[in-house]
Design a binder for this molecule. Structure first.
Ligand SMILES: *Cc1c(COP(=O)(O)O)cnc(C)c1O
Length: 506
């Protein structure tokens, strides 16, 4: 290893960071092909015997690699995936996370404040999202996918164990394993009922041994993600004691941004069904859970109602790296079954790791990892720096932009706002639209090319998707920097130009 002094290289990285953050170093939304090709040819394929040293290597990073990275997180005009961004406060915290390199999975209050900080971050988050801290326990994860895995693992444990108890047994899945436990419970399948679930829920079902084909869609129709309650009740009773059941509410569907439940009463009737059938209620609220932070008024009431009643669930998956605008990776998992979490995730054999005290459970006993980064610090920092009103303002700007874009599309002859059945007037837009706008071009040929044509302008980025078996396009607004007026003018200009070019050509 070459022993060059790292000071200059670190200074170079930090000044690059401040130039990018101040906007004096411009980043393309998506790197151009020549930057990508250059970066690829610059990569070292052979492990050097003597390393290149820090100075040379950092030059390589700044000169060859960073120009080929996407600026999705850095720009308010990236509307592809729901990526969110990183606020200045979270950036600052994340630098410290790397510098101090804590592993906050064992609660060691005499050695580091890290676990206590994460515990406070979770408390602040629950205050933001209106969950009662005395009822709910929480933990940070890598994202909503991991939190869905945590949710289904607990759901599996609970539902199968309950079935064993009904037969007078006392074993549990965590100790005897799923196969023997299902045998003891007389259970032939574990079924998940949801409406337009995110793909990660199927992945989670595969990971925990439920199986992708046991995730069932019980929505009202291809364009309506509300539960068909009759069908749901039927499914739960038909399988009787031979099946364990899990219901998952999509609180924020990824294509439309809409909610699977309409209000508190909707969730209450699902809860009643769960109680009747010993089913578990999980919520995938990756981004939608944040509707709960909005102040109540005519413009927000309908959206808030979509996230109302979620406190009746058994577990909730949420994302930090989306609407909370902290860097990757950060998700969170909340549950009302703290002791069940410890039964499933306990790192039982390593007694030297079971330190505790002050009411804080070591996160390694309630989550997947035994080691991970101090990802609660950027969350703590953001919540303290911006507070409830800062987050409300951020979300309202995102919703305002989404609504401006939706109104423009609704009134434009060339476009159709989706789901079509939902929108008859501007009032419907002012009521329903959260922070995702789904649409298509009426011309089939243009519709196919639309995402590519928009993204080729390099002025904004959207993602192509499918809706109701047709190609569609989607704006997902999730960045803290959004300015509704300026950004909607940009969107309109880009789309107007595309339509004008298209009509001139055809
Ligand atoms: C993004 C998203 C996920 C997956 O989240 P990751 O953070 O990518 O793991 C799950 N569910 C919904 C509804 C999402 O929007």
């Amino acid at each position: 290893m070459q022993n060059d002094d790292g000071t200059q290289s670190l200074t170079d990285v930090l000044s690059h960071t401040s130039e990018v953050l101040a906007g004096s170093q411009k980043c393309a939304l998506i790197p151009n092909r020549s930057h990508l090709r250059h970066a690829e040819t610059s990569l070292h394929g052979d492990l050097p015997g003597d390393g290149l040293g820090l100075t040379q290597t950092v030059k390589h990073l700044l000169k060859d690699i960073t120009p080929a990275l996407s600026a999705a997180s850095l720009s308010p005009n990236y509307y592809g995936f729901v990526t969110g961004g990183t606020t200045p406060a979270a950036h600052a915290a994340d630098i410290l996370v790397s510098l101090y390199d804590q592993n906050p999975l064992v609660h060691l209050p005499d050695q580091t404040i890290a676990t206590t900080v994460e515990n406070h971050a979770l408390s602040l988050l629950m205050q933001l999202l209106r969950f009662d801290r005395s009822q709910w326990s929480g933990v940070f994860s890598t994202g909503a996918t991991a939190s869905n895995v945590l949710g289904l693992a607990l759901a599996r444990e609970y539902t199968v164990n309950e079935a064993i108890k009904r037969r007078g047994g006392s074993e549990n899945v965590a100790s005897i394993g799923l196969l023997q436990a299902c045998d003891a419970a007389g259970i032939e399948s574990i079924d998940v009922y949801s409406t337009m679930p995110h793909s990660s829920l199927l992945k989670a079902a595969s990971i925990v041994g439920i199986g992708r084909s046991h995730v069932h869609d019980v929505s009202q129709g291809e364009e309506d993600l509300h539960f068909d309650m009759g069908k749901l009740a039927d499914c739960l009773s038909r399988k009787g004691q031979k099946a364990a059941s899990i219901i998952v509410i999509s609180a924020g569907e990824v294509n439309s941004g809409l909610f699977a439940t309409k209000d508190f009463e909707d969730v209450q009737s699902i809860r009643d069904l769960c109680d009747k059938h010993n089913a578990w209620l999980h919520v995938d609220g990756a981004f939608g859970i944040f509707a709960r932070i909005l102040p109540r008024n005519a413009a927000t009431e309908y959206v808030i109602q979509g996230a109302e009643g979620l406190e009746l669930a058994d577990s909730i998956a949420g994302d930090g790296h989306k609407m909370l605008n902290v860097p990757y990776d950060c998700g969170f998992f909340l549950t009302r079954h703290a002791s069940l979490s410890q039964e499933v995730f306990q790192n039982s054999n390593a007694s030297y790791l079971t330190a505790g005290g002050h009411g804080i459970v070591s996160p390694l006993n309630i989550s997947i990892e035994n080691s991970r980064r101090f990802r609660g610090l950027p969350v703590y920092t953001n919540l303290v720096a911006y507070g409830l009103h800062g987050y409300r303002d951020m979300l309202w700007r995102q919703m305002s932009l989404a609504r401006e874009i939706a109104k423009y599309l609704f009134h434009h002859d060339a476009f159709q706002l989706l789901p079509d059945c939902l929108y008859r007037s501007d009032d419907d837009i002012e009521r329903n639209v959260f922070m995702i706008v789904l649409f298509r071009a009426k011309d089939e040929v243009l519709n196919k090319e639309l995402p590519t044509r928009i993204n080729q302008t390099s002025r904004l980025y959207v993602s192509g998707t499918r809706w109701n078996s047709e190609d569609a396009c989607r704006f997902a607004v999730a960045n803290w920097q959004v300015k509704p007026k300026e950004d909607s003018e940009l969107v309109q200009d880009v789309l107007d130009n595309i339509v004008n070019d298209w009509t001139t050509l055809h």
